[in-house]
Write a protein that binds this ligand. Structure first.
Ligand code: GL5
Length: 803
């Protein structure tokens, strides 16, 4: 730990200097900046990324080797902060890397949770166990508490009419009021410095943590009430204690709502403080900063900015609204109904009474303008579709509606997803504002997801292309196409895959005591949050089927088979019963298959617990086949699919999310596709409802369910819920896709027998992944939504001396 800390502090010192220079330069240049607000940032380990970005890896290796240390081992000592659930938080982290690399003036804003996403282990029964992730009990050198930035954030209280100090009159039409919060919590800034690759520009990720206004109540303390004396502190700190462990699901807890407001209130205060430092009026906010709302979690920023402009800055409502809409843009990351946040009006009124009034006013003005007031059914229907406030089991505020109305641009994250939001989810808004809805396809940073995690492949690409420009501009990878058929190149390419597989093989041996082969074995990997729509269940059921088939085979037939190691990893939200059952089933199946002597090394199923960014960095370079098999129309984009192709894995995928972009860019002949198209899903679902999914299910799957019900994998009662769902309505249409999924697996096995074809597909996949860089994504955002430009720091003497 000592060497790790010492190494990290030297990097931090260097970054602090660069960061100071960068911030000063941005101020001097008065450049427009982007502020990316996200409730999650899943950063992964920091040290290696920073050393690589600063181009200091060789120097550090040498210096440390001279003292008897290996840099790679030092990297391994770092913890992996888990301040995010999945793709949404990891995307935000990739964006920060790109923004710094391409010299964009940018800030990330999020929360510094005391406890990250829970640590997952697997119990003796195969079940998921959860433990608190107390990541802050170890020093974390890359986060700096900024004592100068402490902001009081109010909650609850009352709203009073605004009285003009001169005329002593209250004017209704000014829409102005005075909010008097009854509680305050302090937002403390903690800064993580974000280095770019091959540049001095160093940006900021500012994470807020909560502190009490009064750390200790002295009166209570001196009367011996020690518990009471710290009560306020504990209550306040509680606010940023925990990251809610849900992915693609809304969390209806009051504390979560408070976290969301805390994040946006502190952030807006900070942005406006910087604007005022430049002595610029608030009317200039849209020229000073673009603010991107990463999903609906930060959409309370819209009424908060209106409150600041109207109530505090005395700006007239319509002007304030214009500033607000011009400043914000909103990204939708999911269309799953359970993930679209809706907060009860009662709860908002209690915690943020003034904001509720503002939301109502925004809604009223919007409806006045955009729907007829008539009482006929059609106009009522339109109003209820457009209204931010929904009357269902309760009166609720639809946060996605607020995001759409309060932003000048709304984007989806892949073409199919953006079309769905434009034509279905938000069709009523897109007919009012056709130009507001745009697509910005996700991307991943090639620095972490190829250059750093797969150094051998990175070297091969650089030496083949005779340049490392691709690290900065991924479109250069297209030149690899020329080498896709080249035998010598293919051999080198394949050898690197073997090398990465060996690393994974060692990990599996150490962790599970399990021996798996490398050379003639297909590594088939599905790693992501466990969710019904992502269909890990279909994956495991297919291997139960394969297992049963193998058991029926003669020794001769077995010899013809390809060997396969199936790896699955991912966490389930602790409250998501079906997902937890799927994990249990995977582990039970794995136990039976891996211990069956008749199967030997023909098939192994491994569940890797506690999936993290670090584990992804180990698995992705070692994968032959990567599975992205969501029900069409459900996965907004997916980003791990991009990381895998980039590292030479071949996709086994459905026609969903960014799989479609992969297909388009590398050709369907280089992807193992199966299943139906999104446009066919509703018909299949309807058939399931009308005829019963069991009656439509292929015999192969019926047989698999039968074996589970016979108790082959333990008491079938433990899987009742997921089995019933499959036999009943099968919402994610596993039954319908099962046969073509098995067929795609057959094609994979056949292709594996032909190495030239296999490695050609693998190389073409990587060569055709230039579009998958987050550098391309950020350029799209910068040009079409944010209107910001790069602002590279001029090379400064003092900086170069540090090299
Ligand atoms: C997600 C979507 O489910 C992914 O398809 C998408 O790639 C990602 C980033 O846009 O956003 N939405 C979400 O809440 N999480 C995601 O991964 O966590």
């Amino acid at each position: 730990m000592g060497t790790y800390l010492a190494t990290s502090y030297t990097i931090r010192d260097r970054l602090l200097q660069l960061w100071n220079d960068t911030q000063e330069y941005y101020k001097k240049e008065k450049v427009k900046q982007v502020c990316y607000i996200s409730i999650e940032f899943l950063m992964g380990r920091f040290l290696q990324n920073a050393i690589i970005n600063l181009n200091l890896e060789e120097n550090y290796k040498k210096a440390l080797a001279g003292m008897g240390y290996a840099l790679e081992e030092i990297y391994e000592e770092e913890l992996d902060p888990a301040l995010g659930n999945g793709g949404l938080g990891r995307l935000a982290a990739c964006f920060l890397d790109t923004l710094a690399t391409h010299n964009y003036p940018a800030w990330g804003y999020g929360l510094r949770y005391n406890y990250g996403l829970f640590k997952q282990s697997i119990g003796t029964d195969g079940e998921q166990l959860e433990k608190t992730d107390i990541w802050l009990d170890k020093p974390y050198p890359f986060m700096v508490e900024n004592h100068f930035i402490r902001i009081p954030i109010g909650f609850c209280g009352t709203v009073e009419d605004y009285v003009d100090p001169n005329t002593k009159e209250t004017k209704e039409e000014s829409n102005r009021s005075i909010w008097k919060p009854s509680e305050y919590v302090i937002a403390q800034a903690n800064d993580i410095l974000i280095p770019g690759y091959g540049t001095d520009n160093t940006n900021t990720l500012r994470l807020w943590s909560a502190r009490a206004v009064e750390e200790l109540d002295f009166e209570k303390f001196s009367f011996g009430d020690f518990k009471g004396a710290s009560e306020q502190r504990l209550n306040a700190e509680n606010l940023t204690n925990v990251l809610y462990p849900n992915d693609n699901e809304a969390e209806g807890k009051e504390l979560r709502f408070k976290q969301q407001y805390f994040l946006v209130a502190a952030t807006l205060y900070d942005i406006i403080r910087r604007l005022k430092e430049q002595k610029r009026p608030l009317e200039e906010l849209p020229d000073f900063s673009a603010i991107q709302l990463n999903d609906t979690h930060p959409t309370l920023a819209i009424p908060e900015l209106m409150r600041i402009l109207v109530d505090q800055e005395m700006i007239e409502w319509d002007k304030a609204w214009e500033i607000t809409q011009k400043t914000f843009s909103y990204t939708n990351h999911t269309i799953l109904p359970e993930a679209l946040e809706r907060w009860p009006v009662k709860l908002i009124t209690k915690l943020l009474p003034r904001h509720m009034q503002i939301i109502e006013m925004i809604n009223w003005k919007f409806l006045e303008k955009n729907s007829q007031v008539g009482q006929n059914n059609k106009s009522k229907e339109l109003r209820s579709k457009l209204s931010i406030i929904e009357n269902s089991w309760d009166t609720l505020v639809r946060m996605a509606w607020l995001g759409c109305i309060g932003s000048h641009k709304v984007n989806g994250v892949s073409p199919i997803h953006s079309n769905i939001i434009k034509d279905q989810l938000f069709s009523h808004f897109s007919s009012i504002w056709p130009k507001k809805f745009v697509n910005v396809t996700n991307g991943v940073t090639p620095r972490r997801w190829l250059h750093a995690c797969n150094p051998k492949l990175s070297d091969l690409i650089t030496s083949t292309l005779e340049s490392d420009d691709w690290i900065y501009d991924l479109s250069h990878l297209s030149k690899l196409r020329e080498f896709a058929d080249n035998e010598d190149f293919q051999l080198k390419w394949a050898a690197i895959k073997q090398y990465n597989k060996k690393k994974l093989q060692r990990f599996v041996k150490e962790q599970f005591g399990l021996d798996i082969g490398v050379h003639d074995v297909i590594y088939d990997v599905q790693i992501k949050r466990i969710h019904e729509y992502k269909r890990q269940l279909m994956n495991i059921l297919s291997h139960v089927y394969n297992y049963l088939q193998i058991k029926k085979m003669t020794e001769e037939e077995k010899k013809q088979l390809e060997k396969k190691v199936v790896i699955i990893a991912g966490k389930a939200a602790p409250g998501y019963k079906a997902a937890k059952m799927i994990i249990k089933l995977i582990n039970r199946v794995s136990k039976v298959i891996n211990n069956d002597p008749e199967i030997g090394d023909l098939l192994k199923v491994i569940y890797i617990p506690n999936y993290s960014v670090t584990i992804a960095e180990l698995l992705i370079p070692a994968t032959d086949v990567s599975e992205h098999i969501s029900t069409p129309g459900t996965e907004a984009s997916g980003t791990s699919n991009m990381k895998f192709v980039l590292n030479g894995a071949i996709t086994l995928g459905t026609y969903d999310g960014a799989n479609l972009e992969i297909i388009e860019n590398i050709g369907e002949e280089n992807v193992f596709t199966f299943g139906i198209k999104a446009s066919e899903v509703s018909q299949v679902k309807q058939n399931n409802i009308e005829k019963g999914a069991w009656n439509l299910m292929p015999k192969s799957l019926q047989g698999v369910l039968g074996i589970i019900e016979e108790g082959k994998f333990g008491d079938p009662e433990e899987f009742r819920m997921i089995l019933q769902e499959l036999k009943g309505v099968d919402r994610y249409i596993l039954g319908n896709d099962f046969t073509s999924y098995l067929q795609a697996q057959k094609v994979i096995n056949e292709t594996w027998k032909n190495p030239e074809k296999w490695w050609k597909m693998s190389i073409i996949g990587c060569a055709g992944s230039g579009w998958a860089s987050s550098d391309r994504t950020i350029k799209d955002y910068a040009e079409t939504i944010w209107d910001i430009k790069p602002c590279p720091l001029p090379k400064i003497e003092s900086n170069s001396q540090l090299n």
